[in-house]
Design a protein around this ligand. Sequence first.
Ligand code: ADP
Ligand code: LRH
Length: 492
Amino acid sequence: MSILAYDLGASSGRALLGRLTDNKIETQEIHRFSNDPVQVGSRLQWDILRLYHEIKQGLLKAKHQGVQVQSMAIDSWAVDFGLVAGNGELLGNPYHYRDLHTEGIMENMMKELSPSYIFERTGIQFLPFNTIYQLKALKEAGSPLLQQAERFLMIPDLLRYFLTGEMLNEFSNVTTTQLYNPLRGQWDQDLLRAVGISEGLFGQIVHPGACAGQLLNSVSSELGVPSIPVIAVAEHDTGSAVAAVPALQKSFAYLSCGTWSLMGTEVDEPVINELALKLNFTNEGGVGHTFRLLKNIMGLWILQELRREWERAGVTYSFPELVKLAEEAPAFGSCIDPDDPLFLHAGDMLPRIQQYCRQTGQKAPEQPGEVVRCILESLALKYRYVLKLTEQVSSQQFNGLHMVGGGIQNLLLCQWTANAIGKPVWAGPAEGSAIGNLIVQWMAQDVFSSIWEARKVIADSFPVTVYEPEQQEIWNEAYGRFLHVTGLTEYR
Ligand code: ADP
Ligand code: LRH
């Protein structure tokens, strides 16, 4: 018997079949598809019906291979949502979190409510695209969608609703809205009031490991598949990725490396104090009542955008080709702070990188290899900075870093990360989110009694590549220059 995990990242989605044999996990990717947001007029939107179509394709492919699927679950990127009308229909397409409608909203809201007021209630970092600011933007714009909405469903909730007819809100994603109070275990009434939305918009919260419905008869007969259970996993992809980190001891640091780089550690209680607020750390809900104390780093998004830009100009590079160009370019020509707001929105990445470099008194990179090298070295250096902050905010010392996610296929980035942090990097598995999704489905079936038991099986099932730090002196010097150029100061 197999189970089916769908992992939808901001750049691509995949369906993995999982099977347990002799306490080892075997996975088979049966479907992969790109996730292409669509710009319509001034709005950047997700193509949610295409994603739903791809989910159905995955079920069909499993059927055509003669695989009996026991259960399925979906995880995706966080914060985004769809609004559903009283008649059960989806109102419009979900907006992309990089849409410009949230510009200035977080800053304005902070004039009414202090950051500490919001942080004390939610423990969530301040990102301009958090759900709270997206809803506030819709409210301020007098959005007819919001006026008509009767239910709020996050991306996996929405896809699950299409499959099962049940409208439920999954916990790990709920925490990323910055509207949920983890200490009280409920939506925060004060924040809902401040945004001007009613609690009636939200449904019952389901936790990872619960059954969240069965395939509707209409869906199973359309596809000719049995009506299987749909499980709530950590439906926030980062929650699933961290669940799959093959750590064997409680205190560990991770980097979930994909479109975003999410770096942090797992904690039993949210860390809501002045330092976490000052350093803009977040506490996202996870599997088995854990929390992810982490920081978002802009990640490989910058490279993805650059690649798209070159493609539009008629030059197509694969990721391995870009990595090779970077390897051949001169070292440490220039650096950027990947988290500068300049790099958040789509488009014009090359001129923005060049602008950043000129404004900071550096030579702007010109050749593709120079630009890619600048991005990858800057990411590695930023990882060093954030790892140190993670140690400080969690009062722990880490002896290495676990890396999971599609980004670990970039071997150069893994090696440079080890060089930058001066500690080993343990890379694997690449399909962290899908594997985390699988193990929580098995936890729902009592195959694993805890996340730690599951992590041990992951460690025994998937290879981990070890990168030992090299060229320490050169990277230490580069880090000094990086701090100088970016103006980042280490917290002491
Ligand atoms: P997400 O789930 O957020 O969409 P992934 O975890 O799939 O992202 O990671 C995608 C990123 O991984 C790409 O942007 C690219 O930078 C990197 N990547 C994927 N494949 C390769 C490869 N073969 N070589 C180098 N980098 C790769
Ligand atoms: C990574 C991710 C991240 C969120 C961002 C919106 O895919 O879920 O954890 O901050 O997307």
